[in-house]
Design a protein around this ligand. Structure first.
Ligand code: CA
Length: 438
């Protein structure tokens, strides 16, 4: 850890000091557009209720050395060029931005109007996708999720024999990844209800969310050159929240033999701020403690550093606001809370495995964890598990019940890291409201 993680550090931007998501210890990157300007995306760093415009800071001559190089890469309307530069320039930019925003910043002391030149209020900005996402892979890294879902279909044998050996994943679709706040239209598709002889086509009757953590790749590896696990974290730019919207009836009918397809690719929502690997440094945790009897990971998925601190202890919460709750003036209700530290595989293991056959990852690629569920009922990260395929509907405030999502429902995901001796950091929100089928 370095001075940017000092829990006593505060900012001259007062809204950063109240224990919210965007403390000065966080400094996540995102792409925004000022609402009153017709402009391409600009790269910013969230601080309190504000955004630091990186290019405006650079124009003020605020950066030097490697940080100046990183800020130069932020002239683009997406984060891909910065992601491509790798970790060291990004870390130096973080150090210099932290010093600039700190309460004792000499630059601010000598010019109290600095904020007018480099800050944009988040309420005056529209957040865009942070990167041009070339490829998207979704894993299945929660053993609790895999066991629950497997148990619904195979009560005697919930986990397939490969699960504890190989990180399971599939190639998703990048074109339908949307930023938080984008409404999601209920998809139509083919399904076969259990009591029907033949399938029919129509709006999904079991729309679900999946609470996941996403990882942005940077700088990437050449085709044919696997990334060893010891170097895998050099390939991680940072993390966001992911809602892998899922149509369970379509999924049940189509997923064999080749896996998810149209049940998943109609929309995937992500939170707009990317929390860097550096910001997560105080919240690293040991890799999942495999219970006695589980196999040790194969050598290419093993390193001492990964075992000791390969996981990230990010708490994730799912909240729901129905149309009726909105009309009644009710607050969103929390459906679940889990932790990414419960995942069976670490981020470094996912990167090492993905590239182990020589597959190339490129800057801006998105790797998602899969639904994050824990051992407790309240930590189940999707409705399929929470309602056990609809058998145990959820009771909501206001008297409604839910088996799956209904039109007008808004799913609100939140993520944050808290521990004694460290400043709290958060991911902001990943929101999406369900629209009726078109
Ligand atoms: Ca998923």
């Amino acid at each position: 850890m370095d001075p940017t993680h000092d829990p006593s550090l505060t900012s001259w931007i007062e809204s950063a000091n109240g224990g919210g998501d965007f403390s000065i210890q966080n400094l996540p990157f995102g792409v925004f557009r000022r609402r009153d300007e017709d402009e391409p995306g600009r790269i910013g760093i969230a601080i309190g209720e504000m955004i630091v415009d990186v290019t405006a800071c650079r124009d003020e001559g605020r950066f030097s050395g490697l940080a100046e190089r990183a800020a130069g890469a932020c002239a683009a309307p997406v984060l891909n060029p910065l992601m491509r530069l790798g970790a060291e320039p990004r870390r130096e930019l973080r150090r210099q931005v932290s010093a600039l925003l700190a309460a004792d910043s000499p630059a601010y002391r000598s010019n109290r109007r600095l904020g007018n030149r480099i800050l944009v209020a988040q309420r005056n900005a529209e957040m865009l996708l942070p990167a041009e996402i070339g490829d998207y892979t979704d894993f299945y890294a929660s053993v609790h999720h895999a066991t629950n879902v497997g148990g619904m279909f195979r009560p005697d044998n919930p986990l397939l024999p490969n699960y504890k050996w190989v990180p399971i994943g599939y190639h998703g679709r990048a074109s339908s990844i949307v930023p938080s706040g984008t409404p999601v239209r209920r998809p139509r598709g083919q399904s076969r209800p259990p009591d029907a002889d033949s399938p029919s086509f129509g709006p999904t009757r079991s729309l679900d969310y999946e609470m996941e953590l996403g990882l942005f790749v940077g700088p990437g590896n050449p085709l044919g050159r696997p990334v060893p696990i010891e170097l895998a974290e050099e390939q991680i730019f940072g993390f966001c929240l992911v809602n892998d919207w899922s149509a369970r009836d379509l999924q049940a009918w189509e997923y064999q033999p080749l896996g998810p397809f149209l049940a998943k690719n109609f929309a995937t929502s992500i939170s707009p701020w990317v929390v860097t690997l550096e910001a997560l440094e105080p919240f690293r945790a040991p890799a999942f403690a495999r219970p006695p009897g589980d196999p040790a990971p194969l050598d290419y998925l093993t390193s001492p550093a990964n075992a000791e601190s390969g996981a990230v202890a990010v708490s994730v919460e799912v909240h729901l606001m129905t149309a009726r709750m909105r009309e009644q003036g009710l607050e969103p209700v929390r459906l679940s809370r889990g932790s990414a530290a419960e995942l069976y595989w670490t981020p470094a293991q996912l990167v090492a495995h993905h590239t182990s056959n020589g597959c190339d990852l490129r800057a801006g690629d998105l790797l998602a964890s899969g639904t994050i569920s824990g051992p407790a009922r309240e930590s189940r990260g999707c409705l399929l598990e929470l309602t056990w395929r609809g058998a145990e509907p959820l009771a909501l405030p206001g008297g409604e019940t839910r088996k799956f999502l209904e039109d007008g429902d808004e799913v609100i995901m939140r993520g944050y890291c808290e521990r004694e001796g460290a400043a709290r950091i958060g991911f902001g929100e990943c929101r999406g409201v369900v629209l009726e089928a078109g």
